[in-house]
Design a protein around this ligand. Structure first.
Ligand SMILES: [Zn+2]
Length: 201
C-alpha cells in the first residue's frame, strides 16, 4: 500500500477532468522525483488561484486587483462595440474567438456545468440590458456544436425572447452551423470559427 499522503495526493489529481487514477498516480510519481524547489514553485503557482477574480460584466477570469467592480481587458477596452454581445459557455471560448480577430463586440460567459448558475447569469444579463440606455443591436449565441451546447443555445434563445418586446430590432443570432456536429468551440480551427461567425443567422 502507498503511504497515506501520497495516496491522498493521487486522489486529488484523479478529481481533475479526464484524469483517471492511473494517470493521477503518474503525475504524483513524476512530482515526487522533482527537486524540492520545483515542487515549491508549483505549489506557489497553485496559490495564485486564490487571488483570481471575475469580470463584473462578462464573468471572465481575471487577476484580482482588489477592486470592487473588476473588469477584464475586453470589457475595459473603449474600442469594443458594446452594441453586440456574444454569449459563450466558458473562458477558453473567448480565447478561441479572439484569436480570429474577426469579432469586435463584447462577451458574456454563462458557464456550462451548473444549470442554476446559468439561469442566474442569464437573468442578470437580461436585467442589465433592460436597464441600459444604450440600444443593443445583436446577441450572438456561440455555444458548442455538441448536444449540450445545442440544448443551452435553445434555452438561452427562449430566455432572451422577452428582450425583443422592448427592442424589436434586436437580432438574436447563432453561429453558422457549417460546423461539424460535436465540435467544441475552443477546439475549432480559426477558419472554421471565422466562417461560423460570418455565417451566423
Ligand atoms: Zn469582461
Amino acid at each position: 500500500m502507498l503511504p497515506k499522503p501520497i495516496q491522498n495526493l493521487i486522489d486529488e489529481f484523479a478529481k481533475l477532468p479526464s484524469v483517471g487514477p492511473r494517470q493521477a498516480a503518474r503525475f504524483v510519481f513524476y512530482l515526487l522525483h522533482q527537486p524540492k524547489e520545483e515542487i515549491e514553485k508549483l505549489a506557489k503557482k497553485l496559490f495564485v488561484l486564490q487571488k483570481i477574480d471575475y469580470c463584473s460584466f462578462c464573468n471572465r477570469i481575471i487577476e484580482s486587483n482588489g477592486g470592487k467592480t473588476p473588469l477584464c481587458d475586453i470589457c475595459k477596452d473603449k474600442k469594443r462595440d458594446r452594441s453586440t454581445v456574444c454569449i459563450v459557455e466558458k473562458d477558453t471560448d473567448i480565447e478561441a474567438i479572439e484569436k480570429t480577430k474577426r469579432y469586435e463586440g463584447i462577451y458574456y460567459i454563462i458557464g456550462n456545468d451548473n444549470e442554476k448558475e446559468q439561469l442566474k447569469r442569464l437573468k442578470d444579463l437580461i436585467n442589465r440590458i433592460k436597464k441600459s440606455d444604450k440600444k443593443l443591436k445583436e446577441i450572438i449565441i456561440a455555444t458548442d456544436a455538441t448536444t449540450e451546447g445545442e440544448t443551452i443555445a435553445l434555452y438561452i434563445a427562449r430566455q432572451l425572447k422577452e428582450l425583443k418586446k422592448d427592442n424589436p430590432d434586436l437580432v438574436i443570432s447563432r453561429l453558422g452551423r457549417g460546423l461539424s456536429t460535436g465540435s467544441e468551440l475552443e477546439y475549432m480551427d480559426e477558419d472554421t470559427l471565422v466562417n461560423a461567425l460570418l455565417g451566423r443567422k
